[in-house]
Design a protein around this ligand. Structure first.
Ligand SMILES: Cc1ncc(C[n+]2csc(CCOP(=O)(O)OP(=O)(O)O)c2C)c(N)n1
Length: 208
């Protein structure tokens, strides 16, 4: 029912390029968030952690790649984006839940981890977010709770150095994320990348 994703970097790049081309025509009447430059890291994370049907993936406005890697068929992801759901992709049958609201779903991921543990079920909740999101209060609370109760929750922080157009490091006055060198690192996968696209859209006005 859930084919193991065998997506390559090229598949992901091709998908995002295709969406970018469609978005440029004005055919998508909603925000679209494209990403490039973290394909290798995401593929590695899905592979190394054997993320499969039993796992839950939570993401935010930039989750095209996550849905594809979790095994949602390309055409289903594309259809949802064309219908205007790029920033809130949800595919409950594949355990993929995303939201355009900063910080949302972090508590949900912890709750799902709690339920999985209580019910002795296999699987983990994986919460993917950006570097600025990892500085929010709710992220701290979620990580502390998941650590304290040893819940099957993994937080993945994809650091592109920016919050929309604001430099995260200038805001927080630190070169390292707050969790670096703390015991909470045990619950967090962290990597840096440079986004090949603007935060949102294509960086130019699209008329429709
Ligand atoms: C509650 C809320 N406040 C503000 C925004 C607008 N917003 C969308 S993304 C974002 C920046 C997030 O930065 P980061 O977590 O680093 O994500 P990335 O750069 O990887 O997209 C902001 C402020 C929002 N979506 N939700």
């Amino acid at each position: 029912m859930f084919p193991k994703p065998t997506l390559t970097k090229e598949d992901i790049v091709k998908f995002e390029n295709e969406i970018a081309e469609i978005f440029a025509t004005g055919a998508i009447r909603a925000p679209v968030h494209l990403r490039a430059g973290r394909e290798d890291q995401l593929i590695e994370i899905f592979k190394n952690n054997h993320i499969g049907p039993q796992d839950y993936v939570f993401g935010f406005w930039d989750s095209h790649e996550l849905a594809l890697l979790k095994g949602v068929p390309r055409e289903e992801v594309k259809k949802a984006i064309l219908e205007g759901r790029s920033i809130s992709l949800c595919f409950p049958q594949y355990n993929v839940f995303c939201s355009g609201i900063v910080g949302s779903l972090m508590g949900t991921a912890v709750g799902v981890g709690w339920a999985l543990k209580k019910q002795n079920k296999k699987g983990k909740a994986y919460l993917f977010c950006g570097d600025m999101s990892s500085e929010t209060g709710i992220f701290h609370e979620a990580v502390k709770y998941a650590y304290n109760f040893d819940l099957p929750v993994v937080f993945v922080v994809c650091d592109n150095g920016l919050s929309v157009m604001t430099k995260t490091r200038e805001v927080w006055g630190s070169d390292e994320p707050w969790f670096k060198g703390t015991k909470y690192e045990k619950k967090i996968i962290y990597f840096k990348y440079v986004n090949g696209y603007p935060h949102s859209g294509l960086g130019k006005l699209i008329k429709f």
